[in-house]
Design a binder for this molecule. Structure first.
Ligand SMILES: [Fe+2]
Length: 262
């Protein structure tokens, strides 16, 4: 076990939560569960596998590399699309360890539309779909334990992406770690925590978008309503072992099945 301060001051509350508050117990047997999940997901022959962050507890490079190794079957098959979560930043004062470890997976088909940190990135998929990855960990200091934020610059970049001719006729699967609503459908400090949720929802209103997000350990789906798109929360793949299988014809006509780990 590493010393309490080995992750630096940013990681200290995370280490306290991990050890003193019992979070570590949730990870017992996690590698075996992930191996079974990987096999189960691959048996469905997906077009892509999406992981919406919090791959790690504290986010130092060794832990990130270990998480990457567990997902290697997806990477080797060219399937994995991944974004960072708040836990992947706790030990990372410069906000770069995640991007170092997953650099080859974070490239964009429209790099000129990304900000200086490389987000949003765009993956064009076939003729009819695109994946767009966001970074919702843009908060200062200790507040990264409590909330997520996309920021005005990234949201303006997202608006430019959604207006780009390349994406005009495509359905966009938009990936963010923090979501705009908890299981109740309202903002929730524990389960969603995105403090600029309203700005995100304005940006994607009436767009050909489906939002897939993480952070909450619960797995839920808020159907599209009015101009607001479908919102699907992935849930913890390891604490509540399972995943969503999402089949997208377009942004309105989609089917999603929550599979438990077999
Ligand atoms: Fe999170």
């Amino acid at each position: 076990m590493r010393p309490f301060w080995s992750s630096g001051w940013r990681g200290a509350p995370g280490r306290f939560e991990l050890h003193a508050l019992g979070r570590l117990r949730r990870f017992l047997g996690v590698e075996q569960r992930i191996a079974r999940l990987v096999d189960q997901v691959l048996s469905l022959a997906p077009d892509r596998v999406i992981v919406t962050g919090d791959l790690t507890a504290l986010g130092d490079q060794d832990e990130l590399r270990h998480a990457r190794a567990l997902l290697e079957p997806f990477i080797a098959a060219g399937l994995l699309v991944v974004i960072p979560g708040n836990h992947d930043r706790y030990a990372d004062a410069r906000h770069a360890a995640f991007e170092v470890v997953f650099r080859d997976l974070l490239t964009s088909d429209l790099p000129e539309l990304a900000d200086e940190h490389g987000y949003p990135f765009v993956k064009l998929v076939g003729e009819q779909h695109a994946l767009v990855g966001l970074d919702s960990t843009r908060v200062q200091g200790w507040s990264h334990y409590l909330v997520g934020r996309l920021g005005a610059r990234q949201l303006r970049a997202l608006a430019r992406v959604l207006e780009h001719p390349c994406l005009e006729r495509r359905t966009v699967l938009l990936l963010a770690h923090h979501g705009p609503a908890g299981p109740s459908g309202s903002f929730d400090w524990n389960e969603s925590g995105l403090i600029d949720a309203d700005a995100l929802l304005r940006t994607i209103r009436d767009r050909r978008v489906v939002l897939l997000h993480g952070h909450s350990h619960h797995r839920y789906w808020h159907r599209a309503h009015g101009g607001r798109p479908h919102l699907i929360a992935g849930g913890s793949s390891t604490e509540r072992p399972g995943f969503w299988e999402v089949q997208v014809d377009d942004h309105r006509a989609l089917q999603a099945v929550a599979h438990p780990l077999r």
